[in-house]
Design a protein around this ligand. Structure first.
Ligand SMILES: Nc1ncnc2c1ncn2[C@@H]1O[C@H](COP(=O)(O)O)[C@@H](OP(=O)(O)O)[C@H]1O
Ligand SMILES: [Mg+2]
Length: 267
């Protein structure tokens, strides 16, 4: 299987396990469901990567060791992710909070591949975003079609934002550009909503990590969408410090307008 296809398969498998876990444990103890979700998905993805891509390094939200840039990884001799040529950047369960709430579908499985010699944007050569509760996986092996303009209707832009930690400046920015804010959980689900045209853009600031955006940004850029930091600079992955605190994902035709508004409001 080529990498994009493999990422799709892996995200789908982890998604099935997570759907099964929700059915098995129910929603009475959200903390237990979140912890179990993180672990089950992480263990499954790590095991399949070790089996099918044993020479590659891994950066995972749920693996303290892999977050330390200097830590040796995997089998002996594989070395640190900072010297590796290929690094899988995974978030086994993005939108953990929403996963633990009955009826919510805004949670995701992220599987991305970063390569040192990549000509692809952001160094991301493959990626898949599993949206198990929406019964779909978006992936770079078959990138979705570029979204049609203004699905929101009435000519009003729709801006996806974190439902629990939206940037403070977003209300003013939305007012200035005449946009409606659409609160949603999970960076992957929000970027997927931009890809499918459910919303026009996603803006985040104030904190996030590489695994929160790598896979969905891989899919968004494969689709032809704009993805950058909120100051317009490039998103960089597999850095020593995995913090990647802000980003903008939107249709290309909106990028300069939203970046200008971000210069005024985004700090
Ligand atoms: N201020 C912040 N600092 C650190 N991580 C943040 C953050 N705001 C959002 N995130 C992370 O980004 C992902 C999407 O957040 P949100 O649902 O609020 O949009 C979540 O990932 P996890 O669910 O994998 O922890 C969340 O933890
Ligand atoms: Mg996350």
């Amino acid at each position: 299987m080529v990498d994009g296809e493999f990422a799709r398969w892996l995200a789908a498998r982890a998604g099935e396990a997570l759907v099964g876990l929700r059915a098995e444990l129910g929603f009475d103890d959200p903390a237990a469901l979140k912890a179990a979700g993180d672990k089950v998905s992480h263990d499954l993805i790590r095991a399949e990567l070790a089996r099918w891509r044993p020479g590659d390094a891994v950066l995972s939200e749920e693996d303290e060791g892999s977050r330390q840039a200097s830590a040796a990884q995997g089998e002996a001799g594989v070395g640190s992710r900072l010297t590796a040529d290929r690094v899988w950047i995974i978030d086994p369960l993005d939108g953990t909070r929403e996963f633990s709430e009955q009826g919510r579908t805004d949670w995701a499985v992220h599987v991305a591949l970063w390569a040192r010699d990549a000509s692809a944007s952001h160094g991301l050569v493959a990626g898949a975003v599993g949206l198990p509760a929406q019964q779909r996986v978006l992936a770079t092996d078959q990138p979705p079609a570029y979204p049609s303009v203004s699905v929101g209707g009435a000519g009003r832009l729709r801006l996806a934002a974190s439902r629990s930690r939206p940037p403070a400046f977003l209300t003013d920015l939305a007012e200035e550009v005449g946009a409606q804010l659409v609160p949603m959980g999970s960076a992957g689900a929000k970027i997927a909503a931009v890809v499918t045209g459910e919303v026009d853009a996603y803006i985040h600031a104030g904190g996030q990590y590489e695994w929160d955006s790598a896979a969905p940004v891989a899919v968004a850029t494969a689709t032809g969408l704009h993805a950058s930091r909120i100051d317009g600079s490039a998103l960089k992955y597999n850095e020593a410090d995995p913090r990647l605190p802000d980003l903008l994902v939107c249709r290309e035709d909106l990028a300069s307008r939203l970046l200008a508004a971000l210069r005024r409001h985004g700090g």
